[in-house]
Design a protein around this ligand. Structure first.
Ligand SMILES: NC(=O)c1ccc[n+]([C@@H]2O[C@H](COP(=O)([O-])OP(=O)(O)OC[C@H]3O[C@@H](n4cnc5c(N)ncnc54)[C@H](OP(=O)(O)O)[C@@H]3O)[C@@H](O)[C@H]2O)c1
Length: 296
């Protein structure tokens, strides 16, 4: 009998790709909020008792940074209390827990990649609620891993890389038709590491195999500004897209964004299990896989 793996956030960008990746290796229950609400420990317990997971990958959250700022209470209840509830349920059924956290726990002022020992200091409520989730989990369980990931893209339609491609195609179409072109504004003063969901899945598997516990940074290698990233993508796809560079202050975001939250996967490297590729190579493989799937 294969081990049983429950994935929270299974209808989301990360959770859906984790489910695809792990389905051939584990018996997977990929749960969305219709299956149980992570704010409700009784609902969680019922599902856990029925399924009896050996592993829980916890990817449910409010991951929309502005939404967290608008509804701070919901952010705390889902990202922090919800995480504590999942940790409690894992403890009761002795399941190993992987919690996906974020680079946004940092304030972005360090000027070089953050390592696991650096002290968080979130600048927005999303980061604060995710950090609170980390702390509450650590108080409840040491049979767990916290993976800080960042700037995710994957196979979901809401992936920001897909959106950039769609917007670029629209702009090119408008130019050809002589119509008013959509402006694509990209910030120069926000730096991080675009990370492919399937690489997070591969890294998660390597961690489960290693039986390591604790906190790990887990992003692709290298870093880029949002502008660098868009330029790389369009060049790779031979798309002639006109970008308008701007700064964070030019956007009317509800939540402030940290400047440079690139992470160093120091813990993974020190333990000899870092499988995260360089970010440009990861984008190349993503585009190749996407092209192959579209053509199949
Ligand atoms: N996206 C990024 O760039 C990024 C970067 C760093 C870290 N992360 C972290 O990675 C994880 C996954 O993010 P994502 O981008 O995949 O998020 P997402 O696409 O917004 O998906 C969120 C998931 O959480 C579920 N959910 C929300 N509230 C819930 C509740 N009360 N009870 C149960 N499930 C609930 C949603 O279920 P329904 O759809 O069924 O309602 C959905 O499956 C999150 O922990 C996030 O903080 C993401």
């Amino acid at each position: 009998m294969p081990d049983r793996m429950l994935i929270t956030g299974g209808t989301g960008l990360l959770g859906a790709d984790l489910a695809v990746f792990f389905s051939s290796r584990y018996k997977v229950f990929s749960a969305g909020s219709k299956d149980f609400d992570i704010r409700d420990i009784d609902q969680i317990r019922r599902s856990f008792n029925d399924f009896q997971p050996d592993y829980v990958l916890h990817a449910a959250a409010i991951a929309d940074v502005d939404k967290c700022e608008k509804d701070k209470r919901a952010a705390m209840e889902i990202n922090a209390v919800g995480t504590a509830n999942i940790a409690q349920a894992c403890r009761e059924c002795e399941a190993f827990l992987v919690y996906y956290s974020t680079d946004y726990v940092f304030d972005g002022t360090k000027g070089s990649p953050y390592i696991e020992r650096d002290t968080p200091n979130p600048v927005n409520y999303y980061g604060l609620s995710k950090w609170e989730g980390e702390k509450r989990l650590s108080d409840l369980s040491d049979h767990a891993v916290i993976l800080r990931i960042a700037w995710l893209y994957g196979n979901s339609e809401k992936s920001f890389i897909r959106r950039l491609i769609e917007r670029g195609n629209r702009q090119i179409r408008d130019r050809i038709n002589g119509e008013k072109m959509e402006q694509i504004k990209v910030v120069t003063d926000q730096i991080g590491t675009p990370t492919y969901t399937m690489d997070v899945a591969r890294q998660t598997e390597a961690i489960l195999r290693s039986r390591l516990k604790g906190l790990f940074h887990c992003t692709a290698e290298g870093h880029a500004s949002r502008l660098d990233l868009a330029e790389y993508l369009y060049e790779k796809l031979n798309m002639e897209v006109e970008l308008t560079s701007c700064r964070r202050e030019d956007f009317e975001w509800k939540a402030p964004r940290p400047e440079n939250t690139s992470l160093e996967n120091l813990g993974l490297k020190n333990n000899g299990i870092n499988v995260m590729p360089e970010f440009r190579a990861a984008i190349d493989s993503y585009l190749k896989e996407w092209e192959n799937n579209d053509n199949s």
